[in-house]
Design a protein. Structure first.
Ligand code: NAP
Length: 283
């Protein structure tokens, strides 16, 4: 059994981004990422800080817009509009979830598709569906990168994704399909879940329930990718997979923390670099 080291793979992705950023700077281009955080959700705060740190590491300019929870939809949309028009900002990200009363979809649709480094805008989602895209959503693309780094082929494999969110589950299934996986998507209405997951060569858990995937749900030799970021009964960060009991059945498994999470941020850096290049007419 091999524990996939997301920190290591993400470090090498960021190193590559940093090198390319250095070369871009010589041409007078500094990639810029704007991160909008509305309200004071502690988990969002941590994610935003990590994104800021990654920007510093790779040499991007990053700007954080911390807005109070009482921000109105109009105020938020006018900030997005201002950032869409700023040439020094190449990528715009609005940290989700937004406080109650704000319309997430409207905010996503307001972000220019050219600066949509999360790849949540419906124009970018549609482009991913047909396989002609500039940006891929950070978490699923990070997972594909991690599989590649460990020479894990998807071609012809039975891939099972638990979860069908627009952010993780659905695009994950699509990227696995692009790599010729035979993909099953499971969700809360799925019957006989264990029977399906046990047959998976590659199992991706994006459920949001601590230690949801138990040993009896996993087949011998499976590759298990844990997207979950939950707190266990002691408040400790844990994934959607019952790691200690599942790991010995796997050929590969990602830990939480140190698995998918760092890859998500590394992919965000890749997307922002690409946005800067596209906007400069380089790519
Ligand atoms: P989400 O929007 O809440 O979606 C959860 C999915 O799990 C839904 O499709 C839901 O089915 C399904 N589900 C819930 N209970 C189930 C059950 N008993 N059996 C089968 N399926 C079930 O969550 P998300 O945004 O995709 O995120 C999932 C997890 O990943 C969370 O822990 C989140 O914090 C984490 N996450 C991590 C990263 C990272 O970078 N590591 C990035 C994003 C998210 P229905 O559709 O039928 O309700």
């Amino acid at each position: 059994m091999t524990i996939i080291d997301g920190k290591k793979v993400s470090a090498s992705v960021k190193e590559q981004v940093a090198e390319e950023t250095k070369a871009l700077k010589e041409k007078g281009i500094v990639p810029g990422l704007a991160v909008i955080l509305v309200g004071d959700d502690p988990a969002s705060r941590v994610y935003v800080n990590n994104k800021k740190k990654a920007c510093e590491l790779v040499g991007f300019k990053s700007e954080e817009f911390k807005l109070p929870a009482e921000t109105t939809q109009d105020e938020l949309l006018s900030l997005v509009d201002e950032l869409n028009n700023r040439p020094d900002i190449n990528g715009i990200l609005c940290q989700l979830p937004l406080p109650k009363g704000l319309d997430e979809n409207a905010v996503i649709e307001a972000i220019s598709p050219l600066k949509d480094v999360d790849a949540f805008h419906k124009q970018n989602v549609g482009r991913i569906m047909i396989g002609d895209y500039d940006f891929l959503p950070c978490t699923p693309a990070g997972i594909m990168e991690m599989l590649k780094a460990y020479d894990i082929s998807v071609d012809g494999k039975n891939c099972v994704v638990i979860g069908r969110s627009n952010i993780v589950g659905k695009p994950m299934a699509m990227l696995l399909l692009h790599q010729n996986g035979t993909v099953t998507i499971c969700h809360s209405h799925t019957k006989n879940l264990s029977k399906i997951t046990k047959n998976a060569d590659i199992l991706v858990a994006a459920v949001g329930v601590a230690k949801f995937v138990k040993a009896d749900m996993v087949g011998e030799g499976a590759v298990v990718i844990d997207v979950g970021m939950n707190r266990d009964e002691n408040g400790k960060l844990c994934g959607d997979v019952d790691f200690d009991n599942v790991k010995d059945k796997c050929s590969y498994i990602t830990p939480v923390p140190g698995g998918v999470g760092p890859m998500t941020i590394a992919t965000l850096m890749k997307n922002t670099l690409k946005a800067a290049k596209l906007q400069a007419g380089i790519e």
